[in-house]
Structures are given as C-alpha cells and as structure tokens.
Design a binder for this molecule. Structure first.
Ligand code: F6R
Length: 367
C-alpha cells in the first residue's frame, strides 16, 4: 500500500510530480495560452466586480493560502487578506458581497474552516473552496470548488495536498488575471509554460536527496532552529517550520528575515541552525544581509537557493542547497520539497512515528 516506500509521507512526497500534472490537467487549453475552469460558477462579470479577497484556512492549507494571496496580489492587483479560520470566524471580518472568500482545505472537513465558509456566505460573499476531497462538507457547501487532484493523503503531515493547493492557486490567479486583463496573453502563456516544467523539476529534486538527508541527520541533534526568508520565501519558511515541528518535534520558528532584529535575534547563539530561504531575487541582497547578522552571532546557516547564487552565498553561509530555477512566483512549488524531505529525514533520525505524529489528527473536525 505504501508502494515500496517506508512511509506514506515519503510516498506522498514522491507523488507530487503526478499531483501537479493531474491538478493542471484539463485546466489549461491546448494552445498553452489560456486557463479554462469550466466548472466555475463565478461569471466574468462577477470576477470583474470583486474588490477584495479573503483567504481562510488552517495549518498547512493556510500556508498555501499565504502563497496564493501574494500571487493574486501580484498578478491581479486586488487587495488580499489571509487569515487562519479559528481567528477569522470570531472577529466579524469585513465581508461584503464584493468580497471573494477562498477557503482551502485538504480534507474539506476542518471545523473552523467550514465555520468560516458559513460566516462568509451569511455576509453575502461568494465562497470558492480549494479542496482535495470531492463530496466533503466544504466542497458541498461552497459556491465554487477547485479540486486539487493530489489523491488520498494518508500521512498526517501534509505534503502533496499543499503543493497541489499551490497549483490550484496559480491556475486561479492566472484565470482572474485573464478575465480582468491585468496580465497580457504573453505573460500568461509564459507562466503556464513554466508551470508545465514544474513536475520534472520536482523529479530532479527527488533524485538527489543525499545532501538533504545528511543535513537532516545533523539538525536532528538540535532542539531549536530557525527558518528565515522574505516574501514568498517567508511563506515557505512557515510551512517548512511547521512540517519540521509536527513530525520531528524539534522546536522551530519561521521569521520574516527582516523582522529578526526586532527581538528574535536574541535567541541566535553559537551553533543554532538557521535555514535561510534565498530564492527570491528581488530581495536576495536583503536576505543576505540578514544571513550575515545571524552568522555574526555564531549561527550555523544553510541556504536554499538557485545554482547561480551558490558560490556567492557560500561566502556567508555554511552550506547551500540549490533548487531548479523557475519564475519567482512558482518557486514555492519547488523550494518546499527539500523542506518536506528535511522534516521527513529528521523525524526518521529521531526514531519518531513519521506518519502518525503525537497529538495530531489528520482531519480536525472539532474546533
Ligand atoms: C500539517 C497539516 C495541518 C492541516 C490542517 C488543515 O501538515 O496537515 O496543518 O493542514 O489541519 O487541514 P485541512 O487542509 O484538511 O483543512
């Protein structure tokens, strides 16, 4: 049942190239220039009238929402607010009929996310669900659904569901941009072409896990570590940190790299591992200066970046791992993969039950 893999989590990590392809299938026209979402009830007129977007979810699905929100803002230039469902549902969010609410849930059964959906509908908003389970409560109640085609996810730690949610967000963001005319046909075709390359790029990451495995065995000996990054790298840092915490039980925090010096820098001492995500070229220089700040305090820094920056970064960090190059907005679909593997191998090195971490349930149907 685990298809020759030692754990469901590892199997599911390896299923990602297939999940990316399946989630894209039939949603891009044959010319590779347009997004088609034929099941959507949202009319073009409605799409043009949306004046803000709320993205609501829990845990890993929320982290996918952070990436999706940033991509929508960048491609469509609509204000986006992301929130965790347990907060959103109780703070009387400012929802109007021109708000599009996107809920994200692998299981489609998360109690807080379902309650957020109902709150949004009660306030007249159109609710789009991105979910992995057809027929789930959230899929049934939402006004629109974009299904992720990750297939059943058994391991408690979510991997292929998260990355499939990213793919769904890319498709939907491009669709909004297409309808509202905020990106040219050429630009949309350019992003689509880069999306088509992602599955093979993930395969190439999965074909070379030795360095990540060795690094995981190194961090498994530590009790505290930090992830830092800026922009989309920060969103992925949050997910990498959550994954590591939940299955390795190593305490870890993800910080927006520029925010460290406002307090958390006090925790950086000799030999504390810091994982620096440095894939976003527009803020690379800034991230490098934050890396130097932690290095100066003795941190043991690993950088995740692109091949072209490795030599330079190695002047400031202890180790660097390269991921294949794609467009900056698509990078999370690649950069998260080594972090999933890191969590997996760290958990394994600590002798934990990888697929069934303590205190956690796969589907959280109580608030
Ligand atoms: C972490 C994880 C959880 C879920 C969260 C939401 O690996 O799996 O954080 O992402 O409980 O679950 P869904 O997506 O089913 O609503």
């Amino acid at each position: 049942e685990k298809g020759g893999f030692a754990h469901f989590m590892l199997k599911e990590i390896h299923e990602q190239p297939r999940a990316y392809r399946d989630t894209m299938l039939g949603r891009i026209d044959e010319s590779g220039r347009r997004i088609i979402l034929p099941d959507l009830h949202l009319t073009d007129e409605k799409i043009r009238s949306i004046n803000n977007v709320h993205i609501v979810a829990c845990g890993t699905a929320f982290h996918a929402g952070l990436v999706g929100g940033a991509v929508i803002e960048r491609l469509v230039r609509i204000p986006v607010m992301c929130d965790v469902a347990s907060e959103y549902r109780y703070r009387s969010p400012l929802i109007t009929p021109d708000t599009l609410v996107i809920v994200v849930s692998q299981s489609g059964e998360t109690a807080d996310t379902l309650a957020a959906l109902r709150e949004a509908q009660a306030n007249g908003a159109h609710v789009l669900a991105i979910t992995n389970v057809v027929g789930s409560s959230i899929a049934r109640d939402a006004d629109d659904v974009i299904s992720t085609l990750a297939g059943p996810e058994i391991a408690v730690a979510s991997t292929k569901a998260y990355t499939s949610q990213l793919i769904a967000f890319y498709l939907f963001s491009l669709y909004l941009a297409q309808v509202r005319g905020t990106q040219s046909a050429e630009e949309i075709a350019h992003v689509i072409a880069a999306m088509h390359a992602l599955p093979e790029q993930v395969e190439s990451i999965l074909a070379n896990v030795d360095a990540i495995k060795a690094y995981a065995e190194h961090i498994a000996k530590h009790e505290d570590l930090f992830f830092i990054g800026r922009g989309l790298d920060y969103a992925v840092a949050l997910e990498g940190s959550l994954k590591l915490k939940e299955i390795s039980y190593i305490h870890s925090e993800a910080y927006a790299a520029g925010e460290l010096k406002h307090g958390t820098l006090a925790l950086i001492e000799e030999d504390v591992p810091v994982i620096a995500l440095a894939t976003q070229e527009s803020v690379l220089e800034k991230t490098v200066s934050n890396i130097k700040e932690v290095k100066a305090r003795g941190a043991d820094v690993m950088a995740l970046t692109h091949e072209e920056h490795v030599t330079d970064l190695l002047k400031s960090v202890d180790q660097a791992f390269a991921i294949p190059k794609t467009l900056p907005i698509l990078t999370p679909a690649l950069s998260v993969v080594p972090l999933q593997l890191l969590a997996y191998y760290a958990s394994l090195a600590r002798g934990n039950d990888v697929d069934k971490p303590r205190n956690l349930a796969k589907s959280v149907t109580v608030e």
